[in-house]
Design a binder for this molecule. Structure first.
Ligand SMILES: C[S@@+](CC[C@H](N)C(=O)[O-])C[C@H]1O[C@@H](n2cnc3c(N)ncnc32)[C@H](O)[C@@H]1O
Length: 224
C-alpha cells in the first residue's frame, strides 16, 4: 500500500482505534516511555502518534510533537491531549514519517510506536528519526517483527497479504531497520501479550573522528 492509501485506511479507522488497540499495546507504550529516560523540559518527537494513546504516559514538563499521516487520527489525539494533558505541551502536525520537516538534531528523543510495519519504507523512516534526534538522544521503536522460527515465519508470510488490507505487515524482518549509521542498539527485548512485539532502544552516536563543534551523523556533517 502507498502512503495515501494507508492514510485513508487510518482516516476511516480513527473512531474505533482505541477500542481495539488501547489495552493490548499498553505495556509496550509504557516501556518505551521508561526507555526514553526523559528529563524535565525534554523535547520528544512521536512518529505516527495516532489517537495519542501514549500522550498521558509522558512525564509532566515534556514538550511533545506528534506527527501522523491521518488527520482524523490527529483529531482524536488533539482531544486526548486537551482532556488528559497533565502539564505537557503537545503540538500535532500532519506529516509523512519518511519526510520529516524538522532540522537535524532537533529532539532529545524520537519514538515510533507500532508504525514501522505500517509504512512503505521502514528503513527510510528510521533514518529520518535518527537524523532529527540530537547526538546522545534516544530513538525508541515498538513493533512486531517477522518471526525467526519456521512455523511463525510461515504463518506470517501467509497472513501478510491479508493484513496488507488492514494497513500493516507481519513479516517485516528486524534487520530491515538495523545497522543504520549513527544508531547504536542498546536494548532489544520482547513486550506485550505473548511477547510478540519488540522494544528497540537506540542511542544516537556521533561518528568517531568528528572535530570540535562538528557532529558527523549518518553520513552528514553538521557544524554546530
Ligand atoms: C498502528 S497505528 C499506531 C498508532 C499509535 N502510535 C499507537 O500507539 O497506537 C499506525 C499509525 O501510523 C500512522 N501512519 C501510517 N503511515 C504513516 C506515515 N507514512 N507517516 C506518518 N504516520 C503514518 C497511521 O495513520 C496510524 O495513526
Amino acid at each position: 500500500m502507498n502512503v495515501t492509501a494507508i492514510g485513508r485506511f487510518y482516516d476511516r479507522f480513527a473512531g474505533v482505534y482505541d477500542h481495539l488497540f488501547d489495552h493490548v499495546f499498553r505495556e509496550g507504550r509504557a516501556e518505551a516511555i521508561r526507555a526514553l529516560e526523559l528529563a524535565p523540559g525534554s523535547r520528544v518527537l512521536e512518529v505516527g502518534v495516532g489517537t495519542g494513546l501514549t500522550l498521558p504516559l509522558y512525564p509532566a514538563g515534556t514538550e511533545i510533537v506528534g506527527i501522523d499521516i491521518s488527520q482524523p487520527m490527529l483529531r482524536e489525539a488533539r482531544e486526548r491531549a486537551d482532556r488528559e494533558n497533565g502539564g505537557k505541551r503537545v503540538g500535532l502536525v500532519r506529516m509523512d514519517a519518511a519526510r520529516l520537516a524538522f532540522p537535524d538534531d532537533t529532539f532529545d528523543g524520537v519514538y515510533a510506536p507500532y508504525v514501522v510495519s505500517v509504512v512503505p519504507y521502514p528503513r527510510r523512516v528510521v533514518e529520518e528519526m535518527a537524523r532529527v534526534c540530537r547526538p546522545g538522544g534516544k530513538v525508541v521503536i515498538v513493533n512486531h517483527f517477522g518471526s525467526r522460527n519456521r512455523l511463525g515465519a510461515f504463518l506470517e508470510k501467509r497472513l501478510t497479504p491479508l493484513t496488507h488490507f488492514v494497513g500493516f505487515r507481519l513479516d517485516l524482518p528486524v534487520e530491515a531497520i538495523l545497522g543504520i549509521p549513527g544508531l547504536e542498539l542498546e536494548e532489544n527485548r520482547r513486550v506485550n501479550m505473548l511477547k510478540l512485539w519488540r522494544l528497540l532502544v537506540f542511542r544516537k552516536t556521533t561518528v568517531e573522528g568528528a572535530g570540535v563543534g562538528e557532529t558527523a551523523v549518518a553520513g552528514a556533517t553538521r557544524i554546530a
